[in-house]
Write a protein that binds this ligand. Structure first.
Ligand code: PLP
Length: 586
């Protein structure tokens, strides 16, 4: 073990924790361990109370009312702008544009800057680490303007290849849009090296600070950025509020992004003139409570002290990295020399899908994120479908990380004892005649479903139902590798799923099917579908109320949206095979 031994002295996370009511709640009957701060952070009591007070005592629309309440709301909103200005050391409050979040901030720049300054053959440069919200808006604007999108590649550690950036930079490059801290791998980007390079060719730089701002002080003037975007909800503040910082000189030259109330100076049917900054970019009624809540979130963080937070989190991040990578069977993805906030990993020995790990951690009361983290190109670069991601904030402790590590050790140990090397994925066959398909389990889908619902009703707790599903998945008939190809792949599932169906030999219109997945829970869901559908007539499959059935099993309440979509994809595939069989059999 290479654990960091020195005590953490500069900062008292236990007293910080008391400020966040949710951290003393339970999840799945156990004290909550919240390690999904990259997705969103929890809110301190002061922010929650600020929202309540605003709606109880100050709520009115801003800028337009002559009455006291409206003036109070306007003051609160404009004060919030100044709080943000000081937080990132912008030169002027007019450089702070309130948006819905990082995504909207980037879309604003892509559309407004794009319309004003991009033309055919210009170039926008992004990096291979970007969140989809710093990829897709640029693709869209490139399509509209004829500009090209270029990507700085990343190396095996998850660091940017700066030598390639320097080769890419030319006067054709109009803007470089890059993250400050990667949400999928935790790589910290060396902006101090990049920004002078970008400016040397006359290009502008936008930094996606969504992950950074909660972890360390940010000084937009010192950095020398042209644009800086972040979201309130990742900064201990409400959802639906975010910030675009833009250098005044650049913002002045950009046209409005959206039209509407509050962004105009004068409107006639012939012509409209626009309000000065920042209103030019804030059309319509903004998220007033959100902005006021954001200011309170920022003040909370400033009271704790961002430098102390940075120092504490550095140690905690090292501890998290050490604990996770010391677990036999785990591989950390992203080993950049400079990292913060995030540790991403996969369980390889034995191979357990990231989703299964996430679900099993959830049963222990531990919240982490699994999947591609809105960074599919990063996953492609590492040739993996997704990772498990633990991401920390100022209120996390070594105890949280110990709980995570212990739960991971347990999950791996259980998987090893079960010796779950699935014969299905390695089975080979010489022809379809060798393949075994499950026999029908009852006269019709309804009878089998009744029985399953009864079995499930013996267990009130989702944990027990989950176990039952897993056990059913363990008994799946193997699906030969020859049947796992692009034709049988079910897209739209978070894990890899293949489903092969055919008309059952010797029947008029019955359906046989085999399916498999790399995710344990999905194999269980496949087993449920197989019990109900395999060997049944196409007509009865199409008539079966599958959603009602899932509801009665409790799947609707407990499966994630992604998982429900995947399940719906499998059902859709089965139904489409049933339709085909019917159309052939007449
Ligand atoms: N950029 C990064 C690096 C992120 O991590 C996220 C959210 O996870 C976003 C952008 C998008 O943020 P939002 O959904 O708050 O707009």
């Amino acid at each position: 073990m290479t654990l960091v031994a020195e005590p953490i002295q500069t900062f008292d996370p236990l007293s910080v924790r008391k400020d966040f009511p949710i951290l003393s709640t339970e999840s799945r009957g156990k004290p909550l361990v919240y390690l999904d701060n990259g997705a969103t952070t929890q809110k301190p009591r002061s922010v929650i109370e600020t929202l309540q007070t605003y709606y109880e005592k100050q709520n009115a629309n801003i800028h337009r009312g002559v009455y006291q309440l409206s003036q109070l709301a306007t003051e609160g909103y404009e004060k919030a702008r100044r709080v943000v200005q000081r937080f990132i050391n912008a030169a002027d409050p007019a450089e702070i544009i309130f948006t819905r979040g990082t995504t909207e901030s980037i879309n604003l720049v892509a559309n407004s800057f794009g319309r004003a300054f991009l033309k055919q053959d210009d170039e926008i440069v992004i990096s291979g680490l970007e969140h989809h919200s710093n990829i897709v808006p640029w693709q869209m604007i490139c399509q509209q303007t004829g500009a090209r999108l270029r990507v700085i590649p990343i190396n095996d550690r998850g660091e940017l290849q700066l030598e390639t950036l320097s080769e890419m930079l030319s006067p054709q490059v109009k803007l470089v849009a890059i993250t400050h801290l990667s949400n999928s791998l935790g790589t910290v980007i060396p902006l101090d090296q990049i920004i002078p390079m970008v400016h040397s060719v006359g290009a502008k730089i936008l930094v996606d600070g969504a992950q950074w701002v909660a972890h360390a002080p940010t000084d937009v003037q010192h950095l020398g950025v042209d644009f800086y975007a972040f979201s309130g909800h990742k900064l201990f503040s409400p959802t639906g509020i975010g910030v675009l910082y833009g250098r005044r000189e650049v913002l002045e030259k950009m046209p409005p992004y959206q039209g509407g109330g509050d962004m105009i100076e004068q409107v006639t049917f012939e012509k409209t003139t626009y309000a000065p900054l920042p209103n030019k970019f804030e059309a319509g009624t903004p998220n007033i409570a959100g902005a006021i809540g954001l200011a309170r979130g920022i003040e909370y963080l400033q009271n704790v002290g961002l430098s102390a937070v940075r120092a504490y989190e550095k140690q905690l991040h090292r501890y998290l990295t050490d604990r996770v990578q010391d677990i036999d069977g785990i591989r950390v993805i992203g080993t950049a020399r400079e990292k913060a906030g995030v540790v991403s990993f996969v369980v390889e020995q034995p191979s357990i899908s990231h989703h299964d790990v996430g679900v099993m951690l959830d049963l222990e009361g531990i919240a982490v994120r699994t999947g591609h983290h809105c960074c599919q190109p990063v996953m492609d670069r590492f040739n993996i479908p997704g990772t498990v991601r633990a991401s920390i904030a100022l209120y996390n402790t070594r105890q949280d990380i110990d709980r995570l590590a212990e739960a991971l050790e347990k999950i791996i140990a259980v998987a090893r004892t079960k010796n779950r090397t699935r014969s299905g994925s390695t089975a080979t066959t010489t022809g379809l005649q060798d393949v075994r398909f499950p026999d029908p389990e009852g006269d019709c889908p309804e009878t089998v479903a009744e029985e399953l619902i009864e079995n499930f009703s013996l267990f009130d707790d989702w944990k027990d139902r989950y176990q039952l599903i897993i056990e059913m998945g363990e008994k799946l008939l193997p699906m030969p590798v020859e049947l796992k190809n692009e034709m049988t792949r079910v897209h739209g599932c978070q894990s890899t799923v293949h489903l092969f169906a055919r008309k059952r030999p010797g029947t008029v219109d019955s359906l046989d099917f085999l399916a498999d997945s790399d995710a344990e829970l999905v194999r269980g869901l496949i087993a449920i579908l197989q019990k109900v559908f395999s060997g049944q007539s196409a007509r009865s499959i199409l008539a079966f109320d599958v959603n009602g059935f899932f509801r009665k099993l409790g799947l609707e309440d407990h499966l994630s949206m992604g998982r429900r979509n995947g399940l719906a994809g499998m059902v859709e595939r089965i139904r489409s095979h049933a339709n085909q069989i019917l159309s052939v059999s007449g």
